[in-house]
Design a protein around this ligand. Structure first.
Ligand code: CA
Length: 279
């Protein structure tokens, strides 16, 4: 049976739009149906995780790009393998969404070159999510063997793409943690490997949530993090609602950080979220 690609795409877009319309009642902030206040909240902080989308089908590239921007990512789209390789060398993203059938350098070859360069230079591996219309078992094996981290077959559901991106980004964060990175801000040091926190020579006892939240702030100093960003990063992708759990954890974290009357570092940005900043 032959599929007309534009028909498949059209049906996918219609289904996605209808799904979003149904979901918007229970999950706010999806699919461009945000309310005005939420748009302001999005604009109040710069996008954080950078995603490069390499896709030569303009409609798909635009659909994915716009969807990811609405989810708060910084997104660049490139339509060929050669320019993508150059862009990754010059300005490596946090994650690559990669179509396999591309002009010039195809996705499999691009992945092999990226992995070879990383191995040669001892760099951390860029998470790669492959997108393709090819769905045979052998194509999946080839993609993953070349160095892809995950694989999604077109036509795909945008929410599934988003869930896979988040899962890959979480894994990357865990890998960085295992490398024993130490973050510093003012007189605070957070050792991600040992999971210890020291402020001005004083060791702090934190719960896992408090620790994760503090580490997130130290990764984004002087940058306003919205409530929804913090909730998603620390509690997972589907934690929406009016719960005050974030306020409680921030309160506990402040008490631990300020136990010896030190100045406040986690500042409230009314109506938006919080920022790690020296007062
Ligand atoms: Ca293609």
């Amino acid at each position: 049976m032959r599929f007309n690609w534009s028909t498949i795409l059209g049906v996918t877009l219609i289904v996605a739009t209808l799904t979003c319309a149904v979901l918007v009642g229970r999950r706010r902030g999806r699919c461009g149906l945000r309310r005005a206040g939420e748009e302001r909240e999005m604009a109040a902080h710069p996008p954080e995780r950078r995603i490069l989308v390499v896709e030569d089908e303009p409609a798909i590239a635009s659909f994915v790009r716009r969807g990811l921007i609405f989810e708060g990512f910084a997104v660049q789209a490139i339509d060929n393998g050669r320019d993508a390789l150059q862009s990754i060398r010059d300005n490596p993203p946090d994650l690559l969404v990669l179509d396999l059938m591309l002009p010039q350098v195809d996705g499999i070859e691009l992945t092999r070159r990226i992995r070879a360069a990383e191995a040669a230079e001892g760099r951390r591996q860029l998470p790669i999510l492959m997108l393709t219309a090819r769905d045979s078992i052998q194509d999946r094996i080839t993609g993953l063997d070349a160095g892809g981290d995950d694989y999604l077959v077109k036509p795909f559901n945008f929410d599934e793409l988003l869930a896979r991106i988040r899962a890959l980004l979480r894994r990357t964060t865990i890998a960085a943690t295992e490398n024993g990175e130490v973050l510093h801000f003012a007189d605070v040091s957070v050792d991600l490997g040992a999971r210890t926190v020291v402020r001005d020579g004083r060791g702090l006892q934190l719960t896992p949530r408090e620790f994760d939240l503090l580490a997130l702030f130290l990764r984004h100093p002087n940058q306003v993090l919205t409530r929804s960003t913090l909730m998603q990063r620390v509690w997972g992708e589907d934690f929406f609602g009016e719960s005050n759990v974030l306020e409680v954890v921030v309160g506990n974290l402040r008490r631990a950080l300020e136990a010896a009357d030190e100045p406040r570092l986690i500042q409230t940005v009314r109506g938006v979220g919080y920022v790690l900043r020296e007062s």
